[in-house]
Design a protein around this ligand. Structure first.
Ligand SMILES: [Zn+2]
Length: 467
């Protein structure tokens, strides 16, 4: 029985070597859409384990689960890479209201930003200063801001087609808002959620105090877009409107956690590494199905799909499930640091951390020569409606692996609905479409297959592609 199986795999493998690249991609997509594992894995991560904030029990369970599942795939090696991570806990549910006159209040939907301190036990109530950016804040100055709550209310720009560009244009309010407001003696900070639509869900995310002394730190929270609109309107009607909020989140001591790593050893160039990955941690409000459960299971399935499609990689292929992308990037930094110490040569690294929606293509951080090589492969992806091949960023976790000659890339799914869910309580499994998730896994596997076969940027290879 076993020898028959070996013979079958040998036939498939030999078969792949003689197939055109177009046929190999066809096999990969077929495998993913008819026999994929990503959706089942994500179901378990989301519904059996749930949210996975660094240092939480969920994160610990996710490490054990994904390690065991990778071991089931019969890879050449599966291991854990220890990394110390910060541990922040939200505590009891936050509470906030707008007070238009004494005794006249409207309850609003808020959540503490990750890394924020708590309010005093009885909460904070103060007048509100609404601003759109740090320049407005500076113009108002200490006299107008001292003792008040700063309300950052710059919306994401709706006319940007790539929504993460709109996110990039807004997220400094969330990340640096407290540090900036504290300079002028603010009592606290409320930030409009990073969300393009109007709804009632507050979106969390990381914030920093930089090196602000502990006694100068102020609490900061996100408010839902609907409630941000309401607060803004009420401030226009009555500048004396007050805001109250209460939260009891806490930063605890760092704890031990892990990156989860699996590897298929390369048959010809075992010292050249190709990496696929996503981040295993997630925010705590939902179950992190899109951010980044999707990227985790797609990356795991890349290695399985290579095997299932009969592809025997020439180079070593690694899946890395990074810990702590959301509030520290410790996993990504640790991986790059150890890999540098060992002198590992990562010729290509691909990250999936933009949600599990329909894949459109990739963004590449590489030389022009490497990018031209990639463009040469573009026709192979046409049957799968993958058309977006642009130079740009890759991903936060693979970013530290950058060298002068390697290629870093990020999977780019359709982004229109991503920020409806990002870091909010509705980032849950029901928002995942099975086929879209599987198309993403197949798209990643196809690019890994091509980089494995042709390597990075050998100019002479540009004409060698089997059409
Ligand atoms: Zn993410």
């Amino acid at each position: 029985m076993k020898s028959a199986f070996v013979l079958l795999m040998l036939c498939i493998t030999l078969n792949v070597a003689s197939q055109s690249d177009a046929d190999v991609l066809k096999t990969i997509y077929k495998q993913s859409l008819t026999n994929g594992k990503s959706y089942d894995w994500l179901n378990h991560l989301s519904n059996q384990i749930g949210s996975r904030l660094s240092g939480s029990l969920g994160a610990e369970k996710a490490v054990a689960y994904t390690k065991a599942e990778l071991e089931n795939l019969g890879l050449d090696r599966v291991w854990l890479q220890p990394v110390m991570v910060p541990r922040w806990i939200r505590g009891t549910k936050e509470y906030g209201y707008i007070e238009s006159a004494l005794g006249k209040t409207n309850t609003v939907n808020i959540c503490a930003l990750g890394g924020s301190i708590a309010t005093p036990a009885l909460g904070i109530k103060a007048n509100v200063v609404e601003v759109k950016n740090f320049e407005e804040l500076a113009l108002l100055g200490k006299d107008s801001i001292q003792g008040k709550i700063v309300f950052y209310n710059r919306p994401m720009q709706a006319d940007l087609i790539l929504t993460y560009e709109a996110y990039g244009g807004c997220v400094n309010q969330r990340y640096k808002g407290a540090v900036e407001a504290a300079k002028y003696g603010a009592a606290g900070v409320i930030v409009r959620s990073m969300n393009l639509r109007l709804d009632d869900l507050p979106h969390t995310g990381s914030m920093t105090y930089d090196d602000l002394p502990v006694n100068e730190r102020i609490p900061s929270a996100a408010i839902s877009t609907n409630d941000a609109e309401l607060l803004s309107t009420m401030l226009k009607l009555n500048t004396n409107t007050k805001f109250y909020f209460k939260q009891n989140c806490k930063q605890l001591k760092d704890v031990q956690s892990y990156n989860v790593i699996g590897e298929i050893k390369g048959s010809e160039f075992p010292n050249e590494y190709i990496l696929v990955g996503g981040h295993l941690d997630s925010w705590d409000l939902g179950d992190g199905s899109h951010d980044d459960g999707a990227g985790v299971v797609q990356s795991m399935d890349v290695l399985r799909l290579l095997k299932a499609s009969g592809i025997k990689p020439k180079r070593s292929i690694r899946v890395v499930l990074f810990m702590n992308e959301e509030n520290g990037l410790r996993g990504g930094k640790k991986y790059a640091q150890e890999s540098k110490q060992k002198g590992e040569n990562h010729i290509f690294a691909l990250e999936s951390d933009s949600g599990g929606f329909t894949p459109r293509g990739f963004s590449f951080d590489c030389t022009d020569a490497s990018f031209n090589q990639v463009l040469n492969w573009q026709p192979l992806f046409k049957p799968y409606l993958i058309h977006y091949f642009e130079k740009g960023g890759s991903g936060a976790d693979v970013g530290p692996l950058k060298t002068e000659s390697n290629v870093l890339a990020g999977l780019r799914p359709d982004s229109q609905r991503y920020f409806d869910h990002h870091h909010a309580s509705n980032d849950t499994f029901d928002a995942i479409n099975k086929r879209e998730l599987e198309l993403g896994a197949a798209t990643m596997t196809s690019l890994v297959y091509l980089f494995d076969k042709y390597g990075v940027n050998p100019i002479s290879n540009l004409d060698n592609i089997k059409k």
